[in-house]
Design a protein around this ligand. Structure first.
Ligand code: NDP
Ligand code: MG
Length: 385
């Protein structure tokens, strides 16, 4: 039986690479549903090629255009955030790949969990915002959450059922500003920040990688995925991005997963688990990558990483606060409304201003996200960062 896959965010970096994996294994996987936010043309092209049962465009204004483009196909066309949340519940779906960006991924992921669809989780913001709630829900509904993020997939591949973890070691490339001084980082541009040395990704996560907020979020993601406290999760900068992450066991043994930086591998592993399947692409040549280096992250230059650890430490809705503040700050940086280092300033200010809730419910997360977006936007509008 072919696995039926729904891709939330099929037009993005992860979404398009997931479709490459599916194309390589037409005997194993079939597309059940595809969704996008704005890119109707690409979504329509994908529908033509992969024949899904349904497509959803989140932006309702694009509905008629999409419907028109697909008029000759027997595909169901829907629009809006509500439709996106409902499509994941469809009976035949086996796996929901959450490849949309940001907080918007939370509700559809929770719906998919309740509908007992295995989650291939790329949308790390879901676990940053509401990790405790989401992992408890997955346990309640016996729904597996399989990591797609390369570091978490690496850890997942290294874990041993019978042996507890002593430490998780998350590797970080260090991004384009790894060797920049604090002074140089004051004036970096959007174009520089969007040039990641090793990975080609969507704009938001590329900025998060440059500021190392991405690594902070990955610590939070790892905490919830693997049930390991942040004090046992270490970040090490490894500029070559060949070791994707490591697990240290109680006897001091360290296991690492290595490979070329290619997101198709963790995507495919989440689809094929527990099996491995063949995959095209460049293989790791140790003669070529003959130097693997490691450094401690600099928390003074990369304050976002320190802020993320602080958010975990303060707990409650603080990770939700840092996520929303970061989404607004990154969007402002991409519109040249704020400087690169200014992002950390507004995020820190927001963390100290927003209403803290020690044991948040789902409704509290929704209210927090709304409140924080307003606070951060006001901060950005009111002074120079
Ligand atoms: P992209 O920006 O490339 O793609 C995002 C996708 O989500 C697009 O299909 C986009 O549609 C859709 N989308 C955006 N906003 C909304 C919304 N509000 N409602 C519905 N759909 C929406 O992002 P990436 O593929 O890079 O990242 C996706 C997720 O995966 C992120 O959470 C990221 O952190 C995570 N991730 C990504 C990695 C990577 O290598 N790219 C690695 C590890 C994790 P449209 O195209 O129409 O705008
Ligand atoms: Mg990652």
């Amino acid at each position: 039986m072919k696995k039926q896959i729904a891709i939330l965010g099929s037009t993005g970096s992860i979404g398009t690479q997931a479709l490459q994996v599916i194309e390589e294994h037409p005997d194993l996987y079939e597309v059940y549903a595809l969704t996008a936010n704005n890119q109707v043309e690409l979504l329509a092209q994908q529908a033509r090629k992969f024949h899904p049962e349904a497509v959803v465009i989140a932006n309702e204004e694009k509905y008629l255009q999409l419907k028109d483009m697909l008029a000759d196909l027997p595909v169901k066309v829907y629009a809006g955030a509500e439709a996106l949340c409902q499509i994941v519940e469809s009976g035949p779906i086996d796996i929901v790949l959450t490849a949309m960006v940001g907080y918007a991924g939370l509700r559809p992921t929770m719906n998919a969990i309740k509908a007992r669809k295995a989650i291939a989780l790329a949308n790390k913001e879901t676990l940053v915002v509401a990790g405790e709630l989401v992992t408890a829900l997955a346990e309640q509904y016996h729904t597996p959450i399989l990591p797609v993020d390369s570091e978490h997939s690496a850890i997942f591949q290294c874990l041993e059922m019978q042996n507890p973890v002593h430490k998780l070691i998350l590797t970080a490339s260090g991004g384009p500003f790894r060797t920049f001084t604090h002074e140089q980082m004051k004036t970096v541009t959007k174009a520089q920040a969007l040039k990641h040395p090793n990975w080609s990704m969507g704009a938001k996560i590329t900025i998060d990688s440059a500021s190392m907020m991405n690594k902070g979020f990955e610590v939070i993601e790892a905490k919830w995925l693997f049930g390991v406290p942040a004090s046992q999760i270490e970040v090490v900068v490894h500029p070559q991005s060949i070791i994707h992450s490591m697990v240290e066991f109680e006897d001091g043994a360290v296991k690492a997963q290595l490979g070329m930086p290619d997101m198709r591998l963790p995507i495919q592993f989440a689809f094929s688990y527990p099996k491995r399947e063949s995959l095209s692409g460049e293989r790791l040549d140790f003669a070529k990558f003959n130097t693997l280096t490691f450094e401690k992250p600099d928390l003074n230059r990369f304050r976002n990483l320190a802020l993320a650890y602080e958010a975990i430490h303060r707990g409650g809705n603080m990770p939700c606060i840092i996520n929303a503040a970061n989404e607004v700050a990154v969007a402002a940086f991409l519109k040249d409304q704020i400087s690169f280092l200014g992002m950390s300033d507004v995020i820190e200010k927001t963390m100290n201003t927003a209403s803290f809730i020690a044991t948040p419910t789902y409704e509290d997360y929704v209210a927090t996200d709304t409140e924080v977006r307003r606070i951060t936007a006001e901060l950005i509008a009111s002074s120079k960062y």
